[in-house]
Design a protein around this ligand. Structure first.
Ligand SMILES: Nc1ncnc2c1ncn2[C@@H]1O[C@H](COP(=O)(O)OP(=O)(O)OP(=O)(O)O)[C@@H](O)[C@H]1O
Length: 724
């Protein structure tokens, strides 16, 4: 029989099984729909029953409807490639593997869920350790139609004569496929070393390192789906939070989990972790470095304790004919005393009131000692404490602190200097003050971590009390979430988002991607989201644009350790195969960081295409037309996506250059924006500017080059960047 006849016959066999599965899926869906309808009918019927029966019928309705809806949600998920694998075992058994577990009417397995133990050999069996699997088959589909088959034979000597083998490797076929706007799941081709990480126990901290394209992100997302399948109860109601470097990245990965039927995972960019505030840009490297440093913690703590601008500088109150007065310096002493007791200022207005009243009692006492009327301290405190004028003063003198106000006040260099003490150099103070004073550009990604730190430092006002005390305060509105008070805010609180747990600390499992780029202040923010969580932390120090972490600064590592606990207690995995880049592209990229990375930190690219990267020296004057030309050229050569990437301060130029090209597959990105993403072709503009961009510029260049799956074109006016 010819190869194509065998292939057609095998496809027909698999199609017959896939048809059975979809038929059963449709049956299960209509069963769930009629269960939901019966639930609603029960609810209607309950109206005519006595109260007790009514309650129990309504309860039964809720259970039925809830259960039916849950089932429907799973069955209705995107089921492209519902059945994607088949194992033929030594015991002559056939196991189909898919995105869902489905049984027929007799409770026999039609498909085994990929996360079940019975499916593990699909990922773990090798020729050395076949785990009883003779043939592993990957079934490719489009909608409900089987389109292709790729087989691996693991026990060739046991292959029965009638068992056919077709294809030359599902993995290579998957890797060579054109890339689209969104990442795809890899359930059908997860490799053994990846499977081990996906199925690692849920407790504690799991660290995944590995070079570009080793599947760290893919593995982390499949791990989320696996953990929710195996340990949903243990993970608890808080669920799973996935944190990525940018909104472009979270959008890029957003399809992976839903395509595995998992819709409950919260995906957030690191600049989107604080509801009510949204980052609109990234700071230049020197500014981001200062804002992210652990030293900022002390600076912010002192900023919160500083005297807010515009507070009254004197308290005068008449008590039994005597004028009691607290002057500015006395008031400041009282303020320091209240802060000295610790606690969040927005929760300590009561302490501030007590301390003020005690100070007034001291004044009255001194009057008495110099011939004034005798005082009963307790009575004075009670009586003054009930006076409306005292409360008005208190509200003005101890105002509710809003994170954004405290931060923008640091735009005043003098105030920042006071808060910084010796923790920032004069240069750093000028750089930071200028950045905080610039309210026109909105918040940067680094600002969000500072705002979150401030949020936890100032505390949430006690609502009812505040409403009574503070006439300006809208009792329905959390001041930290009030858009009217937050001129830089880009999105109304919570809009177009599922909500994070209210106290931000209830997630059961937190997955952090591109962790090598997190600053100490960002680690603190992230730590507050997973106080009781287990963790999966994904990163590659060689791709770090946060220079301190990769350069081994101990003070900075301490913040990550504070969140994750001792490094020795973490479960570590290293992935070593680069599935993204062609071997030719990775070979050039690896040379960029050679001497800056350990040999064991660079992965091996498995796919050779025979297409070397193009490196072209161009004139600065003709850069615009060269970039356009190069982009048009690769757009014509690849089926999928193309990115034109430059240093961050080159992006505006590149956007202008590319504005005449309207192809939807084209993106312009900066060195920091392309983290974690991938494109079929990359046009990399002026690599020398990456190197000049920051101390981590070389690593930024390595990241940009390793975004390309098939073609890389480098345009440079200065060949000095080129590695040996
Ligand atoms: N087992 C696999 N089967 C098919 N494709 C895979 C497999 N593993 C990884 N890939 C593909 O390789 C590409 C790179 O994966 P991913 O983005 O997860 O790598 P990464 O290690 O996070 O990369 P980086 O550190 O550069 O961001 C993706 O397109 C992914 O789908």
């Amino acid at each position: 029989m010819s190869e194509s006849v065998v292939l057609r016959a095998e496809i027909a066999t698999e199609q017959a099984h896939v048809d059975r599965v979809y038929l059963r899926l449709d049956e299960l869906r209509s069963q769930a729909e009629s269960m939901r309808d019966r639930g609603y009918e029960l609810g209607h019927g309950a109206r005519h029953e006595a109260v007790f029966e009514q309650a129990s019928m309504l309860f039964e309705r809720d259970v039925m409807v809830h259960h039916a809806n849950q089932t429907l949600q799973v069955l209705d998920a995107e089921h492209e490639g519902l059945v994607f694998g088949r194992l033929d075992t030594h015991e002559r058994e056939t196991v189909y593997v898919g995105r869902l577990g489905i049984r027929d009417g007799e409770f026999d397995n039609l498909v085994t869920d990929w996360r079940a133990d019975a499916a593990a050999p699909f990922y773990q069996a090798t020729a050395e350790q076949p785990m009883g699997v003779i043939r592993r088959r990957v079934i490719q589909s489009s909608g409900r139609s089987v389109t292709g088959i790729e087989d691996d034979v693991l026990m060739p000597h046991d292959l029965p004569e009638e068992m056919r083998v077709v294809g030359d490797g599902a993995l290579m076929a998957a890797l060579a496929r054109a890339r689209g706007e969104r990442m795809r799941d890899i359930v059908a081709t997860i490799q053994r070393e990846q499977d081990e990480v996906i199925r690692a126990p849920w407790r504690g901290v799991t660290e995944i390192t590995g070079g570009p394209g080793t599947g760290k992100t893919a593995v982390a997302l499949h791990r989320a789906a696996y953990l929710l399948y195996r340990y949903r109860k243990q993970i608890g109601g808080g669920g799973v939070l996935v944190i990525g470097p940018s909104e472009a990245f979270t959008t890029y990965i957003s399809r992976v989990l839903p395509s595995m039927g998992e819709t409950s995972v919260e995906l957030r960019a690191v600049g989107e972790l604080l509801d009510g505030y949204e980052a609109t840009h990234t700071d230049p490297a020197p500014v981001a470095t200062i804002k992210g440093a652990a030293r900022m913690r002390g600076v912010l703590r002192r900023a919160v304790r500083g005297t807010p601008p515009g507070v009254p500088s004197e308290l005068r109150i008449t008590y039994r004919g005597e004028v009691l007065r607290l002057a500015g310096d006395q008031l400041e002493r009282v303020r320091r005393r209240v802060h000295g007791r610790g606690g969040q200022p927005n929760r300590c207005r009561v302490h501030a009131a007590e301390a003020l009243l005690e100070a007034l009692a001291d004044v009255a006492q001194r009057h008495a000692e110099s011939g004034g009327p005798e005082v009963d301290r307790a009575r004075l405190v009670t009586e003054l404490g009930e006076r409306i004028e005292f409360h008005r003063f208190l509200v003005d003198w101890w105002p509710v602190l809003r994170p954004e106000e405290v931060l923008s006040r640091l735009g005043d260099e003098q105030r920042l200097r006071t808060a910084a003490r010796s923790q920032l150099t004069p240069d750093e103070i000028s750089i930071l003050a200028a950045s905080f004073a610039d309210t026109a550009t909105g918040y940067s990604v680094a600002d969000i971590a500072l705002l979150d730190e401030l949020r936890s430092l100032v505390g949430k006002p006690r609502r009812r009390r505040v409403a009574a005390e503070d006439p300006q305060q809208d009792p329905q509105q959390d001041p930290q979430q009030d858009p009217r008070q937050n001129p830089r805010q880009a999105r109304p609180p919570g809009a177009a988002r599922s909500s994070l747990p209210e106290h931000y600390d209830e997630f059961g499992h937190v997955i952090v991607d591109e962790a090598q780029d997190l600053s100490p202040m960002q680690w603190r923010m992230i730590g507050r989201r997973g106080r009781h969580a287990s963790w999966t932390v994904v990163g590659d120090p060689v791709q770090s644009s946060w220079y301190s972490a990769a350069d081994g600064a101990d003070a900075d590592a301490a913040e990550a350790d504070g969140v994750l606990g001792s490094p020795s207690a973490r479960r570590r995995f290293t992935l070593r195969t680069n599935y993204r880049n062609s071997a030719e592209i990775f070979s050039l990229a690896a040379r960029v960081v050679s001497g800056h990375a350990g040999a064991d930190q660079l992965p091996t690219a498995v796919r050779a295409t025979g297409i070397d990267p193009t490196v072209r020296t161009v004139d600065t004057a003709s850069l615009e037309s060269e970039v356009q030309q190069a982009a048009m050229d690769v757009l014509a050569r690849v089926e999928g996506t193309v990115a034109v990437i430059g240093a961050m301060n080159r992006v505006a130029d590149l956007e202008k250059f590319m504005s005449p090209v309207t192809d939807e597959r084209l993106t312009v990105a900066g060195s920091l924006d392309c983290k974690g993403l991938e494109y079929d072709a990359v046009v990399l503009v002026e690599p020398g500017e990456f190197l000049a961009e920051s101390v981590a510029g070389r690593r930024g260049l390595y990241v940009a080059m390793t975004r390309a799956t098939q073609r890389l074109t480098v345009l440079t006016s200065d060949p000095g960047w080129r590695p040996e």
